[in-house]
Structures are given as structure tokens and as C-alpha cells.
Design a protein around this ligand. Structure first.
Ligand code: GLP
Length: 242
């Protein structure tokens, strides 16, 4: 695992943007796996700037997002669909038909999850997966559990995640209790992974990500088994590691 530490959130975001831009420069038709949450906002802001200055071109890029609340309509302001269009897709030259997110409204959820896996495979697999991390070590919405599904699936959110994510909703009761998420296997199949984390509240999860046992009690610990993972942290998130 490579670890890059920026002095603050801005520096972390810029370093992450350089890695994504380098990926797209080297392979213009890259398949990117994308994350939501407050952490990658700075990364997306940097990428928008680079795209608008003509430094990086998303015309041939394909994207697959990690997760979506279930059930939630795509035009709900707290949906990850809405988030991605607001904070990235509406501002860069990506082709709408190359954008993919899990369907938060599917009635046949098993079929929708299988179709998502198929689309990723048909696109050639994910070249670069961007991840954030939950305070409990979840990635995507793979919550700590005795066992973890390999592929895209419907998951019950933990009480802790519902509480933490309620800050974006008007009340905790409005937070969906379930989500559709790529599985750990989907994520670990990506050729390269970058995980971003900032702030002191992520320090414990980062410590468990980089050292100690690989355990489904901390899903991010599975990243230790992947050959090409880079953590991009601010100093606070890196406070408990070497
Ligand atoms: C959500 C998302 C994760 C994200 C996490 C952290 O639960 N499903 O993909 O990494 O939140 O969010 P934040 O970056 O806001 O701390």
C-alpha cells in the first residue's frame, strides 16, 4: 500500500486529482469507479477545473459509481445520482451514456445488481477506483458484517452509518435503511485503487485499513490484499499511522 499525506484537505484533493488526471491522460478511454460523500468533493472540484482549462478530457471516459441509497429516486437531492451530476458530471465533458450508477428504484433488485456487474465487465473492468471511507471502515456501503457479499448487492445500513449520514437529510427518519453497493469483490477487481480520507474522525479507520488483521469487521482492511492501492490522506486522518 502506498501512502501519500497532504498537509490539509486541499493538498489531499489536488494530489488525488493528479492521480485521476494521470490515469485519463495515459488511457483516455479509462473506466473510473467513483465515490460520493464529502471527502471527494475537493477532488471533483479540481477535476472540473482541469477539464475546463483543457488539461484533462473526459470525452471517452466511462464511470461506474460505487453505491446508491435504496429506495431513493435519482432526482432526490440526497441521492448519489443527484450528487454526482451536481458536483461533477454537469461540469465536465463526459458523455451521459457513459455514466453509470446503481439503480435506487429497481423493483427486481437482484437482476439490477447482476446487470450492473455485467456492464462493468463489458466496459473492460474498472481501471481506477476512487474510494472514501466510513468511520466504521465501510467502503462503498460494505458495512462491517460477519461475512461480505462479493458482488453488487442490496445491503442494510448500520445504525452508525444511518446516524452519520443523517447530517445530509432533514431528519434521521428520512435516511433510507438500505443501499445498493458494489461488493468487496467488485471493488478489489479494480486495477488500481485510491482511497481518500481527511479529518481526525477517520484516523482510527485508516489505522485499521493499513495494519492489523484483514477482517470483515473492517471492510477497508481487505485493501491490504490488493496489489495497487494508494491512500491519499490529510495529516489528521494519518494521525494514528507510522
Ligand atoms: C457514505 C458512502 C461512502 C463514503 C462514506 C464517507 O456512507 N457510501 O462511499 O466513503 O459515506 O463519507 P464522507 O466522505 O462524507 O465522510
Amino acid at each position: 500500500m502506498r501512502i501519500i499525506i497532504g498537509k490539509d484537505y486541499d493538498e489531499m484533493s489536488k494530489k488525488a486529482a493528479l492521480m485521476v488526471a494521470a490515469q485519463v491522460l495515459l488511457k483516455p478511454a479509462s473506466v473510473l469507479g467513483l465515490a460520493t460523500g464529502s471527502t471527494p468533493l475537493g477532488l471533483y472540484r479540481e477535476l472540473i477545473g482541469m477539464n475546463q482549462r483543457g488539461e484533462v478530457d473526459f470525452a471517452q471516459v466511462t464511470t461506474f459509481n460505487l453505491d446508491e441509497y435504496y429506495p431513493l429516486e435519482p432526482d432526490h437531492p440526497q441521492s448519489y445520482h443527484y450528487f454526482m451530476y451536481e458536483n461533477l458530471f454537469n461540469h465536465i465533458n463526459i458523455k451521459p451514456e457513459r455514466i453509470h450508477l446503481p439503480d435506487g428504484t429497481a423493483t427486481d433488485i437482484k437482476a439490477a445488481c447482476a446487470a450492473y456487474e455485467r456492464m462493468i465487465a463489458e466496459a473492460g473492468g474498472i481501471d481506477l477506483q476512487v474510494l472514501g471511507i466510513g468511520v466504521n471502515g465501510h467502503i462503498g456501503f460494505n458495512e462491517p458484517n460477519p461475512s461480505l457479499p462479493v458482488e453488487t448487492h442490496l445491503v442494510d445500513l448500520s445504525e452508525e452509518t444511518i446516524q452519520v449520514n443523517s447530517r445530509f437529510f432533514s431528519s434521521v427518519d428520512e435516511v433510507p435503511r438500505q443501499a445498493v453497493t458494489m461488493g468487496m469483490g467488485t471493488i478489489l477487481k479494480a486495477r488500481r485503487i485510491i482511497l481518500l480520507a481527511n479529518g481526525r474522525n477517520k484516523a482510527e479507520a485508516i489505522k485499521r485499513t493499513v495494519s492489523g488483521l484483514v477482517t470483515s469487521a473492517c471492510p477497508s482492511s481487505f485493501l491490504q490484499t490488493h496489489p495497487d492501492v494508494t491512500l491519499i490522506l490529510d495529516q489528521e486522518a494519518a494521525a494514528l499511522i507510522g
